[in-house]
Design a protein around this ligand. Structure first.
Ligand code: AMP
Ligand code: MG
Length: 645
C-alpha cells in the first residue's frame, strides 16, 4: 500500500451520521444565550430581546384631541345641525400640544384645541374645526352634533401601562423600536451577541481585492461564513487567512479562542499533508474534537470540537461544503447562543426532471433551481461539484437525498428547502448551451423589467427541457452529422428556430508556437500529431465543439485527448497556462486568454423556441431583442456575428 493510500484510509477519526454529529455536539456544548446587556434604543435594532418588557406608562398618557377643533360637552351641542347651529361661548384659551389646559369647559362653552392637545376638564368631545364657524362676538357655532368621546384618544387606549410590549426572543426591528419609544423605553435588555472568530487556513488563499499569485485561490469561506454568522445573530470577528503552518495556526487559534465565544475555521480539516487544524484543536482545551468526519455530501470533512467550554468548528475547505455544513449544523448553535428561535424554513414540493444519483451511506444535499412546469414546480439540479460556489446563487434551494438511497428517480416529487423566504418565479426560462452573448440579451430583458433564468444544461439538455415544457427557449449549437447543417434539423415537435449569431471556432495555441502559427488547420493538426511532446486539450462528449475536434483528428488519439473539460474557457485557460498546447475554442475565448487562433469555421448559435409560448410577453420581448440594433452591436462587440435572418 502506498503512503498516500494509507493516509486516505485514515483520513477521519470515525465518520458519523449527520444526526449523530448534531447529537454529540449538543451533548458537549448545550448552546444557550450568553448573557444580557442593555443597549440604547437605537442600538437595539437587529438585536434579540432578552426579557419581556412592559410599558411603564399609558400611551397616550392622557386623553388627547385627535383633530383641530373645539373641546365641548357633547350634550350642549346635541341639537346642532347645518340649518340650526348651536352657539357656544368661547373660553379665552387655545390648547396647544405640550401645554396643560388652564381652564375647565363649563356648560355651553367651548375651548379651541389643536391635534394632540390635552383634553380639558369638563369636555367629553372635540368638534372638528370644519364643522364650526367662529362668530365675531366671542362665540363658536357648532354645525354638526358631536357624539361623546368623538375626536378624543383616551389615555392608555393605544398601550395600557403594564401591557407587554416586547417579548423575549423577538428580533427587534423598526416597528418594535417605535413601540418602545412611544412607551418611553430608552434602553433595551438584549442577548449579548456571540462573538464568532473566523479564520481561513491554506497556503493558497488570498484575500479578495488583492492580487492573486498564479496558484492562488481567493478566500471565499471567511466572507461567506462572516455574512452567515451575522444573518444568524452573531458578531463576526475576522482573523484573516493563516498559512498551513502549525506554529502560525496555533498562535492564531489560541488568540481567537481566547477572544471569542466560538471559533470557526475552514480548510485543512482532513489528515492530509498540510492539514493541521484537527490536531491543533485539542491544544485549546478539553474535551477537544467530538466529531471528525460526517456522512454528508458535500461536507464530509467536518470537525466539531468543544475546547474549554467554547465550541470550535472545523468547516470543510470547499465553499459549498462549508456553507451546507454551516447552515445545517452550525447555524442552529449560533442562533441558540444569540437567543434567536430556530430559522423558519420554507419548503415547496417539486418534480425532478432527471435522475439524481447519490452515494449510499451519505446524506446528500443537491442545489436546485425551480421553474414552473406544465404540472407545477420543477427542481433542476444545478450542482457543479463541491467546489462550485455559483451553484448557490443560481439555485433557489436544495433537495436532500437520504443516506440510504442511491438516487432519487426521474420524475420523483421532492421537498425543496428554500434558501430564501420566497421563490423568484422568472418571467423567462432559458435552458441549453450558455454563451457570453446570451448575457447581453438577459441584461436587455432586465432593463425591460423581465427576469430570466438561465440553466446551463448543454444544447441537448435544453431541447429535452423544451420538450418537457420546462423552458421557453433553448439556445443550441448542434451540427447535424449527416445533413452538415446547424440546429434546424434538431428541432422537436412544437419548436421553431430563432436565429442567434455565429461564433468562429478555431484552433487555439500560445502565440509564437511555430507548430501552429501561420499554418492552416490541417497543417497545424498534422504538426501537433507529429510531435510526441505536444499536448492537446479536448472537450466533453456531447459538446458541439467535440464533433469538430473528432472530425479534425480523423481517429487519431493524441496525448491529452482524455482531458475533456466542459467549457471554452477551460480550454483557453489550459492552453494559456501551459497545461496543454492546443485545443478548439471560440474566437472571443482566444482573445480573452491572448492566444493565437487558427479559424476552422463559424458555428451557429440559435434559439429553439417553444411555439406555444411565443406569445408570452417575456418570450416576445426576447425575440424582439434578437433583432434590436443595440443588442446586435453589443453581441458583435463580444466577438460574435449576429445572423442576417
Ligand atoms: P482543504 O480542506 O484545505 O483540503 O481544502 C479543500 C479545497 O477547498 C481546496 O481546493 C482549497 O483550495 C479550497 N479551500 C479551502 N479553503 C478555502 C477558502 N477559504 N476559500 C476558498 N476555497 C478554499
Ligand atoms: Mg487546505
Amino acid at each position: 500500500m502506498t503512503k498516500a493510500a494509507a493516509t486516505a484510509q485514515t483520513q477521519f477519526l470515525t465518520v458519523v451520521s449527520r444526526d449523530e454529529a448534531v447529537a454529540r455536539f449538543a451533548a458537549a456544548y448545550p448552546a444557550m444565550p450568553l448573557g444580557t446587556e442593555y443597549v440604547s434604543l437605537d442600538d437595539a435594532f437587529g438585536r434579540v430581546a432578552a426579557a419581556h418588557l412592559r410599558s411603564p406608562s399609558d400611551v397616550p398618557p392622557f386623553d388627547r384631541s385627535v383633530v383641530d377643533g373645539y373641546a365641548v360637552r357633547a350634550g350642549d351641542a346635541a341639537a346642532a345641525s347645518e340649518a340650526a347651529p348651536v352657539e357656544l361661548a368661547l373660553n379665552p384659551e387655545h390648547i396647544h400640544c405640550g401645554h396643560l389646559p388652564r381652564s375647565e369647559v363649563t356648560a355651553a362653552s367651548a375651548t379651541a384645541i389643536a391635534t394632540g392637545g390635552p383634553v380639558p376638564r369638563g369636555a367629553d368631545a372635540v368638534v372638528m374645526i370644519e364643522h364650526t364657524t367662529v362668530g365675531s362676538d366671542g362665540t363658536v357655532a357648532i354645525r354638526k352634533p358631536p357624539l361623546p368621546g368623538q375626536g378624543i384618544a383616551f389615555a392608555g387606549s393605544d398601550i395600557a401601562a403594564g401591557e407587554t410590549v416586547l417579548r423575549a426572543g423577538t428580533l427587534v426591528d423598526a416597528r418594535e423600536i417605535g413601540l418602545l419609544a412611544a412607551c418611553g423605553i430608552g434602553e433595551v435588555p438584549v442577548h449579548r451577541r456571540p462573538r464568532i472568530g473566523i479564520l481561513s487556513t491554506g497556503d493558497e488563499l488570498v484575500v479578495a481585492g488583492s492580487p492573486r499569485p498564479a496558484a492562488g485561490i481567493y478566500d471565499t469561506n471567511a466572507p461567506i461564513v462572516a455574512a452567515a454568522v451575522r444573518e444568524n445573530g452573531g458578531e463576526a470577528v475576522r482573523y484573516g487567512v493563516i498559512k498551513d503552518d502549525p506554529d502560525a495556526l496555533r498562535t492564531a487559534m489560541r488568540r481567537a479562542h481566547a477572544e471569542c465565544d466560538m471559533l470557526i475555521l475552514s480548510g485543512g480539516t482532513s489528515k492530509g499533508e498540510g492539514d493541521h487544524t484537527y490536531r491543533l484543536v485539542g491544544d485549546l482545551g478539553a474535551p477537544g474534537l467530538v466529531v471528525h468526519g460526517v456522512a454528508l455530501k458535500p461536507g464530509k470533512p467536518l470537525g466539531l470540537a468543544v475546547c474549554d467550554g467554547k465550541p470550535v468548528v472545523l468547516l470543510p475547505g470547499f465553499p459549498t461544503s462549508a456553507m451546507y455544513t454551516f447552515h445545517d449544523i452550525v447555524a442552529p448553535v449560533v442562533r441558540r447562543m444569540a437567543g434567536l428561535p430556530a430559522r423558519a424554513e420554507t419548503t415547496v414540493a417539486a418534480t425532478l426532471p432527471q435522475r439524481v444519483p447519490s452515494d449510499i451511506g451519505r446524506t446528500e444535499y443537491v442545489s436546485v433551481a425551480l421553474t414552473e412546469g406544465a404540472e407545477g414546480l420543477v427542481a433542476h439540479p444545478v450542482s457543479k461539484g463541491s467546489g462550485a460556489i455559483s451553484s448557490f446563487v443560481q439555485a433557489d434551494g436544495f433537495v436532500t437525498v437520504p443516506a440510504l438511497a442511491d438516487a432519487l428517480p426521474e420524475g420523483a416529487r421532492a421537498e425543496v428547502r428554500l434558501f430564501g423566504a420566497d421563490i423568484r418565479s422568472p418571467d423567462l426560462v432559458i435552458a441549453g448551451s450558455h454563451c457570453t452573448g446570451l448575457d447581453v440579451l438577459v441584461g436587455a430583458l432586465a432593463e425591460l423589467g423581465f427576469t430570466a433564468r438561465v440553466l446551463a444544461t448543454g444544447s441537448l439538455g435544453g431541447l429535452q427541457a423544451a420538450q418537457r415544457g420546462e423552458c421557453d427557449i433553448a439556445p443550441i449549437h448542434l451540427l447535424h452529422p449527416q445533413k452538415g447543417t446547424y440546429n434546424a434539423p434538431w428541432l422537436g415537435e412544437g419548436q421553431e428556430l430563432a436565429s442567434g449569431w455565429r461564433r468562429m471556432q478555431g484552433l487555439v495555441h500560445r502565440k509564437g508556437d511555430a507548430r501552429f502559427e501561420g499554418r492552416s488547420v490541417e497543417e497545424a493538426v498534422a504538426a501537433a500529431n507529429a510531435d510526441p511532446s505536444c499536448l492537446m486539450v479536448n472537450r466533453n462528449q456531447g459538446a458541439g465543439t467535440r464533433l469538430i475536434i473528432d472530425k479534425l483528428l480523423k481517429g487519431a488519439r493524441p496525448a491529452g485527448y482524455q482531458n475533456q473539460p466542459r467549457s471554452h474557457n477551460a480550454v483557453g485557460a489550459a492552453v494559456a497556462q501551459n497545461r496543454a498546447d492546443w485545443g478548439v475554442a471560440i474566437e472571443p475565448v482566444a482573445k480573452l486568454y491572448d492566444l493565437g487562433f487558427v479559424p476552422i469555421g463559424p458555428e451557429h448559435y440559435d434559439f429553439a423556441v417553444v411555439s406555444a409560448r411565443k406569445a408570452r410577453p417575456a418570450v416576445a420581448a426576447f425575440l424582439e431583442l434578437l433583432k434590436d440594433p443595440a443588442v446586435r452591436v453589443a453581441v458583435t462587440a463580444l466577438g460574435f456575428e449576429p445572423s442576417e435572418e
